[in-house]
Ligand binder design. Structure first.
Ligand code: FE2
Length: 279
């Protein structure tokens, strides 16, 4: 799948941009299915209980239960004081997560197959386990910034093997909030770990190495259909969407079965849905 030069570049930079990995038809099918899931989704009891406190508690419980489900998460700004959505669902949704790749036939098809399996092998994942999928909408105007972070913070294994697969479902530009990365930054330490204990979560500081400054960050402006693969320790962020169009992206995160999955990871799979590979 990859040339030796591409594999070398991935190890040097911690990321690799693969334009045209998915066809326009595949991209369109996933976008359409994502919008169907959002339209069919009912935001739940948010409208009945909507104090700030209850809202945070409901959001946490929904998040923690979503490791083996399909759940739509909405932008907080999209609700009024009574908990009603103030705009159409498709313009209010933040993301869908986290098991569409195993539970929904359209997502399942997009997320598996020989091309992804051979790419994962080239990246060093001998026995990949695809733990989560996220459809990130980044709607116009309301889609917020995602601060500098490393994905290994949220999917911790020993040794660190988590690898991100980021598919542009629409053209990603500086204006609509494309990814920014620090090439080579994956050789630095893991700074934080998101720890779950029962139904409580907290962020643990592991290393105080500062996040990259603007000068060492590179914007990945890529057309729809591009796949960006990146190492779990690579620092990255994305700006708010200040344009008048959305910036939909789809991500998969995989680890190698040979690495030890931390029992403190937030993401849990029930016994009926163990993680599987790309085939
Ligand atoms: Fe990330």
């Amino acid at each position: 799948m990859l040339t030796d030069a591409q594999i070398g570049q991935y190890h040097a930079d911690g990321c690799l941009v693969l334009p045209g990995f998915k066809s326009a038809d595949e991209i369109a099918a996933l976008r359409q299915r994502a919008l169907q899931l959002v339209e069919a989704f009912e935001p739940g009891d948010r409208q009945s209980v909507f104090t700030t406190h209850d809202q945070a508690r409901t959001a946490d419980a929904e998040f923690l239960a979503s490791g083996d489900r399909i759940h739509c998460f909405f932008e907080e700004e999209a609700f009024d004081a009574e908990g009603r959505l103030t705009r159409p669902k498709a313009q209010a949704v933040n993301k869908i997560g986290h098991a569409m790749h195993d539970l929904d036939p359209v997502f399942e098809r997009f997320s598996h197959g020989p091309a992804l399996a051979s790419l994962a092998a080239d990246l060093g994942l001998a026995r990949p386990l695809v733990w989560q999928s996220m459809l990130i909408f980044k709607p116009p105007g309301i889609g917020g910034e995602v601060k500098w972070h490393q994905d290994a913070t949220f999917l911790d294994t020993t040794p660190c093997t988590v690898t991100g697969f980021w598919f542009a479902l629409e053209d990603a530009t500086r204006d609509n909030g494309c990814l920014w990365v620090q090439p080579g930054g994956h050789r630095g330490p893991l700074r934080e770990r998101f720890v779950r204990e029962g139904d409580a979560v907290r962020m643990e500081v592991l290393d105080r190495t500062p996040w990259p400054d603007e000068a060492s960050a590179v914007a990945l402006e890529v057309p729809a259909g591009t796949l960006v693969v990146f190492h779990g320790l690579l620092p990255h962020w994305s700006a708010p969407n200040r344009s008048d169009r959305s910036r939909m992206a789809y991500t998969l995160h995989a680890t190698d079965a040979a690495s030890a999955w931390s029992p403190a990871n937030w993401l849990r799979r029930g016994p009926g849905l163990p993680p599987r590979g790309f085939q």
